[in-house]
Design a protein around this ligand. Structure first.
Ligand SMILES: C[S@@+](CC[C@H](N)C(=O)[O-])C[C@H]1O[C@@H](n2cnc3c(N)ncnc32)[C@H](O)[C@@H]1O
Length: 249
């Protein structure tokens, strides 16, 4: 039988264990290539279908409404990580030049199919941190659906590229998962069968190579500051932040 003092030590040790954050070792195995592989192979359409948890649906529907309402008529828009063209299709009635880029061949293939009948749209296979557009090409440069959160180690490079290709007086808009998104993310990933879901308190990773981090309001603000952009940050729904900044004329 254990003595009282031994039990006390054990309880203290257990407390320490549960207070410890899970190790972040898994982060060192994630990079742009592992993430690209995920987006090349995974059926993303499933992740955002009608069965997604309520907060995720509110996030997805709300961000499209926000951007559609926010941008001015007949402006040019570049979407970073356009996926299969969910936003571009919706914006086609409002904007006169729509461009999407994505580093996944699968996504670009689907976007081309989905947008085949839309006149003012083009999509390109391109890396978000190495855009091939001229400086000051677009009125709006947007990145939604928590996509920036999958851009491990290149978040600031991407934001700087978004700023470079944005016209003076134009706007940069980014929509990310907030610190409140964890439960909805995990529920959604379980629902679609992603496996070995790990969360270190900041980001989720799965065996299939999916990686998405969450941001606090302060972290989003700091990122924009580092890119020399003064942004407004609002809550679009219970699990996101919408940050937008005008590029100085
Ligand atoms: C969460 S999905 C969002 C798709 C679309 N914006 C939407 O809301 O439906 C993220 C997309 O960003 C793309 N992506 C992720 N990292 C990228 C990078 N570094 N360069 C270009 N595209 C990237 C992925 O291939 C994927 O299609």
């Amino acid at each position: 039988m254990r003595s009282k003092s031994t039990r006390k030590i054990e309880i203290q040790e257990n407390k320490k264990m549960t207070n410890q954050k899970p190790p972040e070792i898994w982060r060192s195995t994630i990079n742009k290539e592992t993430i690209k592989k995920f987006w090349e192979t995974f059926n993303f359409e499933k992740m955002i279908d009608g069965q997604a948890p309520k907060p995720i649906r509110e996030f997805l529907d709300g961000e499209i409404k926000f951007i559609t309402k926010h941008i001015k008529f007949n402006s040019s828009v570049l979407e970073i990580g356009c996926g299969f063209g969910r936003l571009l299709e919706t914006l086609s009635k409002k904007s006169n030049k729509l461009v999407g880029i994505d580093f996944s061949k699968r996504m670009i293939g689907l976007a081309k199919q989905n947008l085949a009948d839309v006149q003012n749209v083009s999509v390109h296979l391109m890396e978000a941190d190495e855009l091939t557009f001229e400086d000051e090409s677009f009125d709006y440069v947007v990145c939604l659906n928590a996509t920036l959160g999958s851009m491990i180690n290149i978040e600031l490079d991407v934001l700087k590229e978004m700023k470079r290709v944005c016209k003076k007086g134009g706007e940069i808009i980014i929509i990310v998962f907030s610190e409140n998104a964890k439960n909805a993310q995990i529920e959604n990933y379980k629902r679609i069968g992603l496996t070995d879901i790990k969360d270190d308190g900041k980001a989720v990773h799965t065996a299939e190579g999916h990686y998405i981090r969450r941001f606090t309001k302060k972290e989003v603000g700091s990122l924009f500051n580092e890119a020399n952009l003064k942004c407004e940050i609002i809550k679009g729904c219970s699990i996101n932040y919408i940050a937008y900044a005008t590029k100085n004329p």
